[in-house]
Design a protein around this ligand. Sequence first.
Ligand SMILES: *Cc1c(COP(=O)(O)O)cnc(C)c1O
Length: 372
Amino acid sequence: MTQDISNNESSSSSNLANQNSPFRGLGGLLRENIRNLTPYSSARDEFQGEASVYLDANENAFGSPLTEQYHRYPDPMQYAVKKRLMEIKGVPTRNIFLGNGSDEAIDILFRSFCNPGVDNVIIVPPTYGMYQVSANINDVEARKVNLTPDYQLNMEGIAQAIDEHTKMIFICSPNNPTGNSINRTDVETLLANFNGLVIVDEAYINFSRQKTFIQELTEYANLVVLQTLSKAWGLAGLRLGMAFASEEVIEVMNRVKPPYNVNEATQQLVLEALQNVDQVNSWIKQTLAERDKLVLWLKQFDFVLDIYPSDANFILVKTTDAKAIYNHLVGQGIIVRDRSKVELCEGCLRITVGTPEENITLINTLKTINLG
Ligand SMILES: *Cc1c(COP(=O)(O)O)cnc(C)c1O
């Protein structure tokens, strides 16, 4: 099987041209209080030049108890990181928002665009759980339009669920937990016809044969693409999520975010990590090769009923007895994700692709299962 790894990170940059979509700008989408919001103005906002004595931010002038110097507040706009991301992703810095994980970007989208108790969003289960949680936290109704049995969008259902208070539609592609990509033409139909924001969560795009939607930012002003350094980039512990969108949307998100939402250690370490594109691309290739091996091996087991096609670094496996298999693995110190209680995922375990050694351990342990 040949893999198209066109979502490998690149080092070339291109510019976004002018926006050109049927979407008429943020107009009525934005919450009134956010439209009128005067954002917090930090010391670092009010003076941005170079100086020799900084007595404006109540920091500890003597330093920090660490070897690295962390006594100064970080850059609120993370300019150095965005500049490097511009080179890798080909998106101008003004079209990039950075957050404390993409989970923060999701929450900020709710707080910017959805009036609590009034507006609604559409989610398409089975999908990433944070959209629902973030909606609940913000007291926003999440209208569920389940995916079809082959895990694609129910376009008619979505059209019916939309009303004048629908502000956002969340699409995860490749989808977590099912692993497949959502048909591109369906997403494009939503972008071209929906009056609100279409959020395309590409947490797993580096593993996918599909093209990123980042290239479509020039076409659709209502598109928000979410990506993260938590998966292929191996930096889950640093918490860095990215949103790519029109300047208008990014400007709003920057106004709503906490002033110093990405800490200095993260900014420095991410900048260092972003030099290692080749390492990441090589891991992506290895992960895909391991995923293919895992699929072949798992097919041999009688208790495996189905393995869904994956564009991600995990596979969804339908089994005869998910709970028993899960418990057996836990007993041997191997943790997978039991998704069997999730609608349309009955009997399913979600298994992350590990190192070659970990995958062999998993398979050998599965061989010792006796489901009686
Ligand atoms: C893992 C994951 C994320 C990542 O969130 P971070 O907060 O950036 O770690 C986002 N979306 C989906 C669908 C995920 O599976």
